[in-house]
Design a protein around this ligand. Sequence first.
Ligand SMILES: *Cc1c(COP(=O)(O)O)cnc(C)c1O
Length: 386
Amino acid sequence: MKIESHLAQIGSVQEPVTGAVSFPVYQATAFRHPKLGQSTGFDYARTKSPTRAVLEEAAAKLESGDAGFACSSGMAALQTIFAYFSQGDHLIVSLDLYGGTYRLLERIMSRFGVTASYVDTNDIDGMSSLLQPNTKAVLIETPTNPLMMITDLERVCSWAKSRGLLTIVDNTLLTPYLQRPIELGADIVIHSATKYLGGHNDVLAGLIITKGEELSKEMAILHNSIGAVLGPQDSWLLMRGMKTLALRMERHQYNATKIAEYLLEHPAIDDVYYPALPHHPGHDVQNKQSSGNTGIFSFRLKDARYIEPILRHIKLIAFAESLGGVESLMTYPAVQTHADIPEEIRKAVGVDDRLLRFSVGIEHVDDLIEDLEQALREAKQEIEEQ
Ligand SMILES: *Cc1c(COP(=O)(O)O)cnc(C)c1O
């Protein structure tokens, strides 16, 4: 069966009592035991909960993994994964990293003796030079956010495997509809399901998918012990969102490509960072390892004075901090999502004061271009009048 059908059918035809087409929300934390030594498979909701279990099974299947774990947020999922490591362990991590992941590693995990080195994960020599005897894993975002740098997953996973390292991939931006890292050799996939999987800017959630029996068992212990699990209502809401993932991703990438092409030609724009564009350095690798493009991209203005008036004048597009929802959002990474990353690292990867990130929604593309056009026009006029 194709992935579109799996997505549409999440939670359907599984409810045995009534045949409800939408899987019910089991709002229960305790489950009656038939008798001593027997269980229905559910004991206490932190360990396993019926609505969440349907979501977790679907997540594992969609990502070609062996087990799925639903968490209360993407950060909770990352914390659960990081708890797999021990004092003295070292990780190699994508340089252009989600700000919250950087903060978790540097402010919290560092206090527990888990250290990280940041590098362009497409640079095998650079990664080799960072290897320490205590290096345990590589954590990759591809595409990165906001600069959309692409890592060749097959290449890096096989490099990591040959050195006994685990590969962890944050697949938030592409989702299993477009890219399945485990099929390319990864061991663990993590999602901020708050973004495209949920898709409607209304549910905060995270997912972990593991490959391999031992790793899956260990992750189940961590998930249950830490307890940052997703509740039944949010599990249901996430599944409801995921049913339309395929349709949404098609429209997101169609709109994003049209708008990226429009902005690239605009005289106020210096460059557009979107792997669907042929001039993007990761274009070929992206085409090789995924079946399409995400719905977000970044663009750099020629003049930083444009930023403030653009953010004030956009009307249909909201100035807000997130991505992956049906509504279009514009973010200013230097002061919002990436404020926790030190300036020298930010500048080194190119997150400067002229960069905007655009999470393109599923509105009509003509309306989005019109909104951008009027905001750019107003901004130009204000700058000329200064
Ligand atoms: C948002 C995001 C996270 C964190 O997820 P939350 O659901 O906000 O906790 C992690 N990684 C990436 C790539 C993200 O975009």
